[in-house]
Design a protein around this ligand. Structure first.
Ligand code: HEM
Length: 458
């Protein structure tokens, strides 16, 4: 049984529930306030969990990198496993190492040129649909839903070789309802395995998601095409001792994991990106100027992406203010120390990029959207451990290169043709589940670049 880490400061909570109520109401606000009020190492009891909120970069690097053997992924990952099975996100040990080693080369930047072409083509089609075949007219769009559709098509094309055949709205609905059920469980004090209607609905959603993915794998197996895709590379991966590296179930779990985290994290980031740009025309104008001068109207390539440094900084700054994976956690497997504190086996360590990215010690004007802070500086030049939208260490995001390409190419393609203008003045709130999504729909109006020139000429 673990206890409060030795004398770590923290707010006093309810004698029975600790900070469970505040956690359920607004997790992001709880962590942000705790960091501001109590410092870089804060103790919080959330229900029956002893939580150390760690915002000190040196300690973060210890947990995720140098002493990662002292920690394992936390119990919330066991809950996720109920939905996404045993893929890279949820497994550990030898099986995780083997799968990560086999998949890593597929995600190296120099193998990802085709991803740039796929993103450019599918974004071009999406923009066409916003204008519905007409030259200029458009209606406001629900930016998160649009970005989910687009990233689902792109992720599908990258993994399976063709844009999604999945009914997108049904898939999103099944994912959202299964995700909601899991978040309720993660947030609950006592986790019972009773056959409630909510649990049955969860299993129906899960079954629907598995059926879609199984169909794709089945179609791939029976297709005579010699076209090499990420999925076919996974099917062909071999282990010297056991032959085929991925069993049928492992393949399904890995594919589902890559697909779900791949499309929804990126759609979330794009939603915040276009929302921020709609609020900051001065940043939008600089991105437009850079894209026009470096690319004119041409499509981006892997090489030209690197030369668009202000565009890249705009993406990095969005991931600072709104990191889609806003927090993640580990559990100490043995007693260890962080700074002056002993972390007992069983204690949970929470790392919250959302809070760390707004820490006034590491970021000037932390609440402001200022891509300039990254311009011509690599994120690595910031204090290591203070900028981690993709995590750190051996479990750092496998898909970060693909995500970076998707974000930059979509931004460039949109910028060449249109910009988004705000529809309502309301500041959107976020809802923190596994990802940091908008709580309510955000509508933005796509406006053709030429339209705006015409307006100015009048
Ligand atoms: C903006 C988009 C994305 C963000 C912000 C993001 C963020 C993250 C973070 C923070 C982690 C580490 C979690 C931890 O340490 O517990 C992670 C892990 C992972 N991500 Fe991403 N991700 C993004 C896109 C993608 C994409 C496009 C893919 C694949 C197509 C992907 C696949 C993975 C996988 C497989 C892991 C688990 C890695 C492991 O444990 O070995 N992610 N991601």
């Amino acid at each position: 049984m673990s206890h409060q880490p030795q004398r770590m400061p923290g707010p006093k909570g309810h004698f029975l529930f600790g900070h469970l109520r505040e956690y359920r109401r607004d997790k992001v606000a709880l962590f942000l306030r705790a960091m501001h009020d109590y410092g870089d190492m804060v103790y919080l009891r959330i229900g029956n969990q002893h939580v150390c909120l760690v915002s000190d970069p040196e300690s973060i690097i210890k947990v995720l990198q140098h002493e990662s053997h002292n920690y394992k992924t936390a119990s919330s990952y066991r809950e996720l496993e109920k939905l996404i099975g045993q893929g890279l996100v949820t497994t550990a040990g030898e099986s995780w190492r083997q799968h990560r080693t086999a998949l890593q080369p597929l995600f190296r930047m120099n193998n990802l040129s085709p991803v740039v072409t796929i993103c450019a083509e599918l974004t071009r089609r999406a923009i066409g649909s916003w204008f519905n075949g007409l030259a200029n007219a458009a209606s406001p769009i629900d930016i998160y839903q649009e970005m989910r559709h687009l990233t689902m098509d792109i992720t599908s094309a990258v993994l399976f070789g063709s844009a999604s055949s999945i009914p997108k709205d049904d898939f999103n609905q099944a994912f959202d309802s299964a995700h909601y059920y899991l978040m309720q469980r993660i947030e609950s004090f006592i986790k019972l395995e009773l056959p409630t209607p909510a649990r049955r609905a969860f299993h129906r959603s899960k079954h629907a998601l598995y059926t879609y993915i199984d169909q794709i794998i089945q179609q791939h197996r029976s297709a005579s095409s010699s076209c090499q895709t990420m999925l076919s590379a996974m099917m062909q991966a071999r282990d010297e001792a056991a032959g085929q590296l991925f069993s049928d179930r492992e393949l399904r779990d890995e594919v589902l994991t890559l697909f779900l985290v791949g499309y929804d994290t990126t759609a979330t980031a794009l939603t915040w990106l276009f929302y921020l740009l709609s609020q900051h025309p001065e940043v939008q104008a600089k991105v437009e100027a850079e894209v026009a001068s470096e690319l004119h109207v041409g499509a981006p390539t892997l090489e030209t992406l690197a030369s668009l440094t202000y565009t890249a900084s705009t993406v990095e700054e969005t991931l600072r203010l709104y990191p889609p994976v806003w927090a993640f956690s580990r559990e100490a497997v043995r007693d260890s120390t962080l700074g002056q504190y002993t972390i007992e086996a069983g204690n949970k360590v929470v790392i919250c990029p959302y809070a760390i990215h707004r820490h006034p010690k590491f970021w000037h004007s932390p609440e402001d959207f200022l891509p300039e802070r990254f311009h011509r500086r690599s994120p690595r030049e910031h204090i290591s451990g203070s900028y981690l939208p993709f995590g750190l260490g051996s479990r750092q995001c496998l898909g970060r290169n693909i995500a970076t390409i998707m974000l930059r190419v979509i931004l460039i393609m949109v910028t060449q043709q249109c910009r988004f203008e705000p529809v309502s003045g309301r500041n959107p709130e976020h809802r923190a589940g596994v990802f940091l999504k908008p709580r309510h729909r955000i509508y933005l109006m796509p406006v053709r670049i030429a339209d705006r020139c015409d307006d100015r000429d009048e």
